[in-house]
Design a protein around this ligand. Structure first.
Ligand code: GSH
Length: 309
């Protein structure tokens, strides 16, 4: 295994980062925290990611993992015990992110920022408008709060239904990615709006479940500055081995030059040369004037791959 620290580039208020902090807790992993600004610029992080700007990012030496799907996959691969894929439901556990990170999360974001409305700083709004390429309209979000409450409640009710046979975790006897993915949204509401868990009042099972997840904690955390993390990447050599995908539907292969970007928001293209490829991951090699040679990893679901322009 790698001698490099497990570095998470994140900010405290980030719900997607909370997923990964919770996984550190579940796997009892010591990790290094690099606190990044909540808004751009992030001058020591961009040399590592090649422009990918969403949070969090995991760094191990000169290997950089973007998006929680990809980060979870790598943590599961490197630290398989305890496993977070429920037996018999592995595919569904991965797929649960498409519910929790998209429909459930967009609903949660609107609820949180609609409720915070006038307290949301102007520079944050401007930054998120750039991220989305669309207006971040807190007044519209505020007006939509009753609608968002209905939606949020429907998502909570699904969690509660899943737990109503007195099981402790969504997919059975042990915590899994299904729990981590869904919990992020409750964590976000609780930390911003509803410390008393008022919206959970009617859902006894989901409320108890959220309490169990909260109790897990984040394992052993130490802090590092962003310049030091960049320096680690500069001195390290990427460890990713070449992997080809004989059934890639577009005939892509290691050595091809491509650009990769999310399909939803933060649509910034990152360019590089394919190192590894499968149905669920793509890793590209880049050379950066400050970071040196790095390999940047992305998931496939929710990401678009183009031939380099
Ligand atoms: N699908 C991404 C979504 C990540 C995401 O949206 N993170 C938020 C923060 S919680 C973000 O990137 N906000 C803009 C930013 O930090 O630049 C993932 O799973 O990592």
């Amino acid at each position: 295994m790698s001698d490099f620290p497990i570095i998470l580039h994140h900010f405290e208020q980030s719900p997607f980062s909370e997923k990964i902090r919770l996984i550190f807790g579940l796997k009892n992993l010591a990790w290094t925290s690099v606190r990044i600004s909540r808004i751009m610029p992030r001058p020591d992080l961009m040399p590592l990611t090649g422009g990918y700007r969403r949070t969090p990012v995991l760094q191990i030496g000169a290997d950089i993992y973007c998006d929680t799907q990809c980060i979870m996959r790598e943590l599961e691969r490197r630290f398989p015990e305890p496993g977070l894929l429920p037996r018999g439901y592995e595919g569904l556990a991965w797929a649960s992110a498409m519910w929790t990170d998209r429909s459930f999360f967009q609903n949660t974001v609107n609820l949180v920022f609609g409720s915070l409305a006038d307290q949301v700083p102007a520079d944050f709004i401007a930054d998120r408008e750039q991220l989305r390429g669309a207006k971040f309209d807190v007044a519209a979000m505020k007006a939509a709060i009753p609608l968002m409450r209905d939606q949020y409640r429907a998502h909570l009710a699904w969690i509660d239904t899943q737990l109503c046979d007195e099981r402790e975790w969504i997919a059975g006897d042990t915590p899994s990615l299904c729990d981590v993915n869904a919990y992020m949204n409750l964590w976000y509401v609780r930390t911003n709006l509803d410390q008393s868990d008022g919206m959970l009042a009617e859902f006894d099972h989901a409320r108890a479940w959220a309490g169990r997840l909260r109790a897990i904690g984040h394992s052993q955390r130490s802090e590092m500055g962003s310049a030091e993390a960049l320096d680690i990447a500069t001195r390290a050599t990427p460890q990713t081995e070449e992997l080809s995908d004989p059934t890639d539907p577009n005939g892509r292969k290691p050595g091809d030059r491509v650009e990769v970007m999310p399909d939803d928001y933060g649509r910034i293209r990152v360019s590089g040369e394919i190192v590894a490829l499968s149905a669920q991951q793509i890793a590209i090699r880049r050379n950066d004037p400050r970071a040196g040679e790095v390999v940047v990893h992305f998931p496939r679901a929710g990401f678009l791959v183009f031939p380099a322009a």
